[in-house]
Design a protein around this ligand. Structure first.
Ligand code: SF4
Length: 379
């Protein structure tokens, strides 16, 4: 049976970025202690309820986990170690904002057992960073990565973004070169999505900012998919590139339909075919934990058709794709028998390919993944 992955949500940020609609809050330092207490309570509760299950990945995400003072991070890590059977070879990742880290802090988190860092670099262009409302500048990213190396981290990831206001494909190509030159083990690259209600979306609606046109954005995408593999960073998921053997094992769990437990406000879990999400507010979550009530906001048992669609499109996000025998066995259903028409249609459009053992997205399919994913959804 698959070992469990743990996701731990730290909902604090120093400042809210202009494009962000994640569950994260600025100016909430006064809640650091009470939130950590609540989180540790849930760690004890869930670890006990699941009988200290074996765990091989932990992902501390946010928000910005690196804004939390070291003693509070240590308390959380100790709680996890005491209440879950964290395996010796477990991947333990923490997200960090380059504008919030110090060398001492990274040395401390390394000594707690965190062995992978994911830096939200987003861009190597200070004008673009300013336009996104990021608190850090390029020099902070370079310094943070240097600190991480000094602290002994060998597994370091950076996030980059494309399709930003004022960004050009030539400029993005230079940013990719800068990113690759840092020799990190992993790079994630995401296209900007304007989320309704964010200041950046409002500025766009009001005509105050311009985004690259479709052709320019496609040129950025093509540059990323062409350039990074040549630098030894192989694409293993639509937005993720890694050196051999350094894929993010925690994120692979999401795409491989394996179980994970979310801890903290706004965290999601996938356990025994059930999707569970927790309340998003920090105070609501902390109050629930303090009063012994449930922090769960929603849980749903997926129908078989929903589960099959989800299983397929999560697997198809990866370059490895989906094993047909695994699907048939998991759902006791013949894949080609059930999805024959959908498959033929996608295959005709050269969006998918197969060798009869695996199915995967073609290069073209990776670009237009949403068309493929929609096709498998039940009516
Ligand atoms: S640092 Fe990340 S989570 Fe925090 S506001 Fe910016 S994008 Fe959102």
């Amino acid at each position: 049976m698959s070992k469990l992955g743990l996701y731990v949500h730290i909902p604090f940020c120093q400042q809210k970025c202009l494009y962000c609609d994640f569950s994260s809050y600025a100016r909430s330092e006064h809640l650091f202690d009470s939130y950590t207490t609540a989180l540790c309570q849930q760690i004890v509760d869930q670890g006990g309820m699941l009988c200290k299950p074996p765990v091989d990945t932990v992902y501390i995400g946010g928000g910005t986990p690196s804004v939390l003072p070291v003693p509070l991070l240590e308390k959380i890590l100790k709680g996890l170690m005491a209440n879950f059977a964290i395996q010796a070879e477990a991947e333990i990742s923490m997200e960090a904002n380059p504008g919030t880290v110090t060398k001492e802090q990274l040395i401390a988190v390394k000594s707690m057992g965190i062995n992978r860092l994911s830096f939200g670099v987003q861009s190597f262009n200070d004008t673009l960073l300013t336009s996104l409302g990021r608190i850090h500048r390029t020099v902070d990213s370079l310094t943070a990565i240097e600190y991480a190396h000094t602290a002994g981290f060998t597994n370091i990831s950076i996030d980059l973004m494309y399709g930003l206001p004022g960004q050009t494909s030539d400029g993005f190509a230079c940013e990719l070169e800068q990113a690759a030159a840092l020799n990190t083990s992993h790079i994630s690259v995401y296209g900007l999505k304007l989320e309704e209600g964010t200041p950046l979306a409002t500025a766009y609606d009001q005509g105050k900012i311009n985004l690259p046109d479709e052709a320019e954005e496609e040129a950025m995408y093509d540059c990323m998919t062409d350039f990074l593999p040549k630098q030894g960073l192989l694409r293993y998921e639509i937005s993720n590139f890694a050196r051999p053997g350094q894929q993010c094992r925690h994120n692979l769990k999401y795409w491989q339909y394996q179980p994970y437990l979310g801890l903290g406000c706004a965290a999601h879990s996938f356990l025994q075919g059930r999707r569970i999400s927790q309340v998003t507010g920090i105070e609501e979550y902390s109050k629930a934990m303090a009063t012994g009530s449930s922090p769960v906001a929603m849980q749903e048992n997926l129908t078989k058709n929903e589960s099959m669609a989800e299983y397929i499109f999560l697997a198809l996000r990866t370059t490895q794709g989906m094993g047909i025998a695994e699907f048939d066995q998991y759902f006791n259903t013949d894949f080609f028998g059930h999805f024959g028409k959908v498959w033929d249609n996608l295959h005709r459009q050269q969006l998918v390919a197969t060798d009869k053992q695996q199915i995967w997205l073609t290069e073209h399919g990776m670009k237009f993944g949403n068309i493929v994913f929609r096709s498998f959804l039940p009516d």
